[in-house]
Design a protein around this ligand. Structure first.
Ligand SMILES: O=C(O)[C@@H](CO)OP(=O)(O)O
Length: 207
């Protein structure tokens, strides 16, 4: 049976993660720690004996830089890679660039939590997770999943919320279930899929 391998990894810490700013479609690069996290992710995947046939990422620097660093650790620079806006972080609209603690003071903890983690409530001028899923899921189903089911060992380096959208589908999470799901920066999650595209196994390389 061919290995239906799909690895998801959120980018390493970005300059705006460090400054606690809503980022969305803004395009900061990785911090030094983010670079280290990305390299460590590559080392962990290499230690698992993994080799990839194809990679996917967003059009944002922090995800592309993370992917490059991971592939460097794997000795797989130049791996065929698709870069697409469909995998971009959720657009935080009017909140982009604002400090998250300042936002909590202005609008309250609960409202900010709803904007950050709920399924269908968008931040002002931005995308809800549902909106993000509406662009990420078709891309996953049409561009990523067919290769995985045909045995192409696949690596996806993207963002906290675009990956939460995919994980909601992969792990069949409800809107309540996805509410409390967080993705650490630079921590690969290794999925192996069944022939019917459901999850056979999941390994989170945290710690
Ligand atoms: O600001 C953002 O774009 C995201 C990811 O960094 O933040 P949050 O985790 O609050 O959705």
């Amino acid at each position: 049976m061919s290995e239906r391998l799909l690895v998801l990894v959120r980018h390493g810490q970005s300059e705006w993660n460090l400054k606690n700013l809503f980022t969305g479609w803004k395009d900061p690069d990785l911090t030094e720690l983010g670079v280290k996290e990305a390299r460590e992710a590559g080392r962990k995947l290499k230690a698992q004996g993994l080799v990839f046939d194809v990679a996917f990422t967003s059009v944002l620097t922090r995800a592309q830089h993370t992917l490059d660093l991971i592939l460097g650790e794997l000795g797989q620079q130049g791996l065929p890679t698709s870069k697409n806006l469909a995998l971009n972080e959720r657009d935080y609209g009017d909140l982009s660039g604002l400090n998250k603690d300042d936002a909590r003071k202005k609008w309250g903890e609960e409202q900010v939590h709803v904007w950050r983690r709920s399924y269908d409530v968008p931040p002002p001028g931005g995308e809800s997770l549902k909106d993000t899923l509406a662009r990420a899921l078709p891309y996953y189903v049409q561009e990523i999943l067919p290769g995985v089911l045909n045995g192409k060992r696949t690596l996806v380096a993207a963002h906290g919320n675009s990956l939460r959208a995919l994980i909601m589908v992969l792990e069949k999470l409800s809107p309540e279930g996805i509410l409390k799901r967080e993705l650490a920066t630079g921590v690969p999650i290794i999925y192996r899929l069944n022939a019917d595209s459901t999850v056979a196994s999941k390994l989170d390389l945290a710690g």
